[in-house]
Design a protein around this ligand. Structure first.
Ligand SMILES: Cc1ncc(COP(=O)(O)O)c(C=O)c1O
Length: 378
C-alpha cells in the first residue's frame, strides 16, 4: 500500500455520478438537445427505441418503459390481476417498494427469509409459505446477483404460480446462462440514478416474453386507454419520459463496461480483505453479479460505520429494518425472531463504495481504514 493512499483524506462518496457523467457528457448533450428540439417528451420514438434496446439486452421480446422501478412492479402486478384476497410471496430483506406495491393493491405480502450467503430467497424458502391463496412469487435479485431462479421456478411451476423478477438492482445479471428478467413471467427494472443503468431522474421498465401480458402492461401504463379516450381497463399514468429514455439509450452502450469495472473492484476488495474477519459477498455458482452493491458483514458494524464516516468514507446500510418488522406492516403480526437470517443481516451488513470510477488508491484506503479498526478491536 502506498503512503499517498494512506495520507490522502479527500472524501470518498458511495457513488460518484459526476465522474461517470464526465466520461459520457459529449454523447449525452446532443441527444438531450434532440429531444428538446423535437419537443416530444412523453412516449414517442426515443421511448420505443429504448424499450427495444433494453429488451434485446435482457433477452426479452417486450420492454414497457414506465415511470419508476416501483411503478414497474405495481403495473406488472396489476397486469397479473393481483388484488384483495391474494397472497404474494417476497423477501423481507429488500427495498420497500416490492412489499409496498402488494399492499397498495389490497393483497397480503407474505415475507420469507433469505439465504444467509446470497441474501436472496430460494425455492426452499418459499415452499412452506405457499397457500391456496398464493397468486404470485416475487424474488428480488439483490445487490447485483440473481436469486436461485432454477429452484424458485421449479417450486412455482409445479403449482402454476407466476413469478415476477424484481431486477431493479441486477440489470443484465446472469443466472445459469439466462439474463435477469428473462426467466419469470415478468421482470422489472429501475432506472433510479444509483442503479448500474441509471437515468437522470426516475424511470423503470417491465420486461416480458409474454405477448398478452405486454399488451396489458402497455394499456395499464396509460390509464388503460386505447385508442385515446377509450378505456378498456383502469390503469394509471406510468409513462416513461423521452428525456430519460434518451439518456438510458446512451448509458446502455456503456453498461457492460461499467459492470465489469465494478466486478474488478469487487475482486480487488476480496483480495484486500482475504484472511480477515470481514465477510465478503458470496456469488452463487452459475451467477454473474453486476455488483450494484458490494456488501460486507462485520462485527460491530455501527461503530465501524462511524469510524469510516470520520475518515470521510461513505457507506450505507441496505437494509437496516427488514420489511416484516416495518411499522406499516405491523398488522401482519410478524415479530423479531420470525425470519432470523434477514434480521441478522440487517444488523451486520455494510455497503462500501464500488462504483466503476473508484481508484485502486481509494479502495486501499477504504480497506486499510476497515482493517485497522477491526484489528484494533474497535
Ligand atoms: C430491489 C428494488 N426494487 C424496487 C426498487 C424501486 O425502484 P424505483 O426507486 O425506481 O422506484 C428499487 C430501487 O431502489 C430496488 O432496489
Amino acid at each position: 500500500m502506498t503512503q499517498t493512499a494512506i495520507k490522502n483524506d479527500t472524501a470518498i462518496p458511495l457513488l460518484d455520478l459526476k465522474a461517470q457523467y464526465a466520461t459520457i457528457r459529449d454523447e449525452i448533450r446532443p441527444v438531450i438537445d434532440e429531444v428538446c428540439d423535437a419537443q416530444w417528451f412523453i412516449g414517442g420514438p426515443e421511448v420505443t427505441k429504448c424499450e427495444e434496446e433494453v429488451a434485446a439486452y435482457s433477452d426479452c421480446r417486450h420492454g414497457i418503459g414506465v415511470t419508476s422501478g416501483t411503478d414497474a412492479i405495481l403495473c406488472g402486478m396489476m397486469a397479473l390481476g393481483i388484488g384483495p384476497g391474494d397472497e404474494v410471496i417476497l423477501p423481507s430483506f429488500t427495498f420497500f417498494a416490492t412489499g409496498g406495491c402488494v399492499s397498495r393493491l389490497g393483497a397480503k405480502p407474505v415475507f420469507v427469509d433469505n439465504d444467509p450467503e446470497t441474501y436472496n430467497i430460494t425455492g426452499k424458502s418459499i415452499e412452506s409459505a405457499i397457500t391456496e391463496r398464493t397468486k404470485l412469487i416475487v424474488p428480488v435479485h439483490l445487490f447485483g446477483q440473481c436469486a436461485d431462479m432454477q429452484s424458485i421456478l421449479e417450486v412455482a411451476d409445479r403449482r402454476s404460480i407466476p413469478v415476477m423478477e424484481d431486477a431493479a438492482q441486477s440489470v443484465g445479471s446472469i443466472h445459469k446462462g439466462q439474463k435477469a428478467c428473462a426467466m419469470g413471467r415478468l421482470g422489472t427494472l429501475s432506472f433510479f440514478p444509483s442503479k448500474n443503468l441509471g437515468a437522470f431522474g426516475d424511470g423503470g421498465m417491465i420486461l416480458t416474453n409474454d405477448d398478452a401480458l405486454a399488451e396489458r402492461c402497455r394499456l395499464l401504463r396509460n390509464h388503460g386507454g386505447h385508442p385515446k379516450y377509450y378505456h378498456k381497463i383502469v390503469g394509471g399514468n406510468f409513462r416513461l419520459d423521452a428525456l430519460q429514455a434518451a439518456v438510458i439509450r446512451i448509458k446502455l452502450r456503456h453498461l457492460d463496461g461499467w459492470s465489469a469495472q465494478r466486478a474488478a473492484n469487487a475482486a480487488r476488495y476480496n483480495e484486500l480483505f482475504a484472511g480477515s474477519v470481514v465477510k465478503t459477498p458470496t456469488i452463487a455458482d452459475g451467477n454473474t453479479s453486476i455488483y450494484n452493491q458490494y456488501v460486507i458483514r462485520v462485527p460491530r458494524r455501527d461503530a465501524l460505520r462511524d469510524h469510516l464516516t470520520a475518515a470521510k468514507i461513505a457507506t450505507e446500510i441496505y437494509y437496516p429494518v427488514p420489511l416484516h418488522m416495518q411499522e406499516c406492516f405491523a398488522d401482519l403480526g410478524c415479530k423479531r425472531g420470525d425470519l432470523p437470517h434477514c434480521e441478522k443481516a440487517a444488523d451486520e451488513v455494510l455497503a462500501l463504495p464500488i462504483y466503476p470510477e473508484l481508484t485502486k488508491d481509494q479502495q486501499e484506503r477504504i480497506a486499510a481504514a476497515i482493517l485497522s479498526f477491526l484489528n484494533a478491536g474497535g
